[in-house]
Design a binder for this molecule. Structure first.
Ligand code: BES
Ligand code: ZN
Ligand code: ZN
Length: 480
């Protein structure tokens, strides 16, 4: 989707138009006749949500009124969702070019609408021989937006698209070595990001026991990708360390996932994809924050030398772990990555992982389960930004008393408690063992991938969390 700024001439319409209005539409509003204004005023009283369509054949005007009285973040989210509905109306009509303008709207509201339109337009259709409809051109009225705001947002939205492509790609085309190569190529393209790919031999010499164990059943090598974006005008001396779960496919390993529990597990690398994408977006827009990303990658398979329950691993930091279930694999590679990140003396560690089915059962599809340790001020900002962009954080207790559920008789810890109590918290507690700096854990299992369409997030990979992290970086100064 190509988005540009231009004048919109209602005298001779060159394309269909979406007209947004927050308050009454005044008489000055050129595209409407008196009768139409009266009709709109009526409809506004009767039904505050619907879209009214006026024919200006061969074009149409989609008039969307919204409640500008609601709290700002809700208004914006409603506009994103409205954009998804209108996207469907437009593509049903095979409309490929549309202008967006309005009255009584602020730039933020128009950005939210176009954001929704852009995200709704994403489809993973590269393997479809017959493509679905897309909107190719969006012209935003130049009296509402400035070029630099649009460019910054378009960069961010393109990153969300790319992330969704990575997560949607089946493992047969995207294994760990390939994903590492793609990220390295992307870093080169972005320019101001340094990328280091640790290959199998290096991972072995570093003794990353968690990542290596999960990789043992795989035909493919593991990778550990490190990204660094270090701008000259950075606010933070020490980096923010972003850690992302990169399980390219999660079969469960020898504790193999039963029947249809395995489907969609190509999305188990969404944490790594999200973190890389958030860092690239920050770098492309030259945000003044020092970021590093640590991305451990492998698939989890029951190959002939696969790790097994009862194995005892020695992790990168020396901790020993008794395996109770090979399907609790994410925390093993994340533990090594967190310990490795921890050695860089970061200001803050944030991880993102499709870690537990329990997070999906607890919070459903509209919230990230969050836990934190010694990171109040960062967590507070992140949570505020979550409300603002509507990718919201749902906190869980993170008490050390939960650690006893991870006690092992033969090693320092077990990887997973088998009584299925507090599954999301104990997974987080396992990870917290490896972090000795302020730490925020994001379990994105409920939001990273949607089996059914979710408004402007669509179906499949959602890119959920990138806008959240980007907003956090944008406002990071508030933590100084
Ligand atoms: N990748 C899964 C978690 C998951 C499940 C993400 C469903 C998205 C949707 C993870 O590796 C896993 O298998 N977790 C197990 C842990 C269990 C063995 C303690 C789970 O949640 O069932
Ligand atoms: Zn698993
Ligand atoms: Zn997993």
């Amino acid at each position: 989707m190509n988005i540009t700024l231009d004048k919109i001439d209602f005298g001779k319409l060159e394309q269909s138009v979406v007209f947004l209005y927050g308050d009454e539409v005044s008489n000055r509003s050129l595209p409407f006749k008196k009768e139409e204004l009266a009709y709109l005023a009526n409809r506004r009283v009767e039904d505050n949500e619907s879209t009214v369509i006026f024919n200006r054949l061969p074009h149409k005007i989609y008039v969307k009124n919204f409640d500008s009285e609601k709290p700002n973040n809700e208004t914006l989210e409603n506009l994103r969702r409205a954009a998804a509905d209108i996207h469907k109306m437009l593509t049903d009509e095979k409309i490929e070019c549309v202008a967006v303008t309005g009255e009584g709207v602020i730039p933020e509201e128009v950005v939210a609408f176009v954001e929704g339109l852009h995200m709704a337009d994403y489809k993973f259709d590269k393997y479809k021989t017959k493509k679905d409809g897309h909107i190719k051109e969006v012209v935003v009225s130049q009296h509402i937006l400035e070029n630099k705001d649009l460019t910054e947002n378009v960069n961010l939205w393109r990153r969300i698209d790319v992330c969704r492509d990575w997560v949607n790609e089946p493992v047969m085309y995207l294994n760990a070595p390939k994903f590492a190569d793609i990220i390295a190529a992307e870093a080169k393209k972005v320019g101001n990001v340094k990328c280091t790919v640790l290959e199998q031999r290096k991972i072995e010499s570093l003794k990353m026991g968690g990542l290596l164990a999960v990789n043992r059943g795989s035909e493919d090598e593991a990778r550990f990708v490190v990204l660094e974006y270090k701008p000259a005008n950075r606010l933070n001396k020490k980096p923010i360390a972003l850690v992302g779960k990169g399980v390219m496919y999660d079969t469960g390993g020898l504790n193999i996932k039963p029947n249809d529990y395995m489907t969609e597990m190509k999305s188990d690398m969404a944490g790594a994809a999200t973190m890389a994408s958030a860092l690239f977006a920050a770098a492309e827009n030259h945000l003044p924050v020092y970021l590093m990303a640590f991305l451990p990658m492998t698939d989890n398979r029951p190959g002939k030398n696969a790790y097994a329950a009862d194995d005892i691993l020695t992790m990168y930091d020396g901790t020993t772990v008794e395996i109770t279930n090979t399907d609790a694999e994410g925390r093993l590679l994340l533990a090594d990555a967190i310990a490795y990140a921890d050695q860089q003396d970061p200001e803050l560690i944030i991880d993102a992982a499709t870690l537990t089915g329990a997070a999906v059962r607890t919070f459903g599809t509209g919230a990230i389960a969050v836990m934190q340790q010694d990171a109040d001020k960062y967590y507070n900002l992140l949570s505020i930004m979550g409300n603002q962009v509507y990718e919201r954080l749902a906190p869980l207790p993170f008490w050390k008393e939960y650690d006893k559920m991870l006690k092992s008789n033969v090693a320092d810890m077990i990887n997973c408690n088998l009584n299925s109590q507090a599954g999301t918290i104990t997974a987080g507690r396992f990870l917290a063992h490896f972090a000795h700096h302020p730490y925020i854990h994001l379990d994105i299992a409920g939001v990273a991938y949607y089996g059914k369409p979710e408004s402007f997030y669509g179906v499949g990979a959602s890119g959920y969390g990138i806008r959240l992290l980007y907003a956090f970086f944008q406002t990071y100064e508030a933590t100084r």
